[in-house]
Ligand binder design. Structure first.
Ligand code: FMN
Length: 172
């Protein structure tokens, strides 16, 4: 199976997952900006196309480029993955994932979640401010969770890619 992993990452977690995934699939990897520079015929070379982006307010960052092309790629294995600060077992995760694809897209593509973490050192100033405000609000509602998101942490692990890899390897 020839696979291509396209990704967008701000602080490195999605890049790490995209790298692990492309290695496990023995596939190709490129950033979204690189993919945007390719002609559409390039993507016909692949059996599986995967897009990974970081979670921002419940959406997958810059997923539109991939989602707009999904319909034209029917017949290939198609998947997206979201990398966020929430743990995989957070009750918000299935709710958020459910809203990424429309009913038609759900027939031929799937969305997965991989827990990443937070890296304040690599965040843009604006995002740092947003996250600090969010952490402050959260501390009032849930002190433990608020404390967690006020600092950097890394909870990424390649095992969170296993369901996605199993899906890609399912016979169609
Ligand atoms: C403005 C902002 C909004 C975010 N929203 C979410 C969110 O809704 N859910 C979540 O789990 N993580 C959220 N995060 C955390 C990032 O998705 C997380 O740090 C991710 O690992 C970053 O991936 P990257 O290193 O590839 O950029 C948010 C971060 C920022 C800065």
């Amino acid at each position: 199976m020839k696979s291509l992993v396209v990704y967008t990452s701000q602080t490195g977690f999605t890049e790490q997952y995209a790298t692990w995934l492309s290695e496990k699939l023995n596939g190709q990897i490129m950033t979204l900006d690189e993919a945007k520079g390719r002609v559409s015929a390039f993507f016909e070379n692949f059996d599986a196309l995967i897009y990974g982006g970081w979670a921002m307010a419940g959406k997958i960052q810059k997923a539109d480029w991939f989602l707009e092309r999904l319909d034209g790629w029917k017949g290939k294995k198609l998947a997206l993955f979201m990398v966020g600060a929430s743990p995989n077992e957070s009750p918000d995760v299935p709710v958020v994932l459910e809203q990424i694809l429309d009913e038609n897209q759900k027939q031929y593509a799937r969305v997965f979640y991989c827990q990443g973490g937070l890296n304040y050192d690599k965040m843009s100033l604006l995002n740092k401010i947003v996250m600090k405000i969010f952490a402050g609000v959260m501390k009032k509602k849930n002190p433990e969770a608020g404390e967690m998101v006020s600092k950097s942490y890394n909870i990424a692990d390649p095992k969170y890619l296993d369901p996605l890899i199993a899906y890609l390897k399912e016979v169609k």
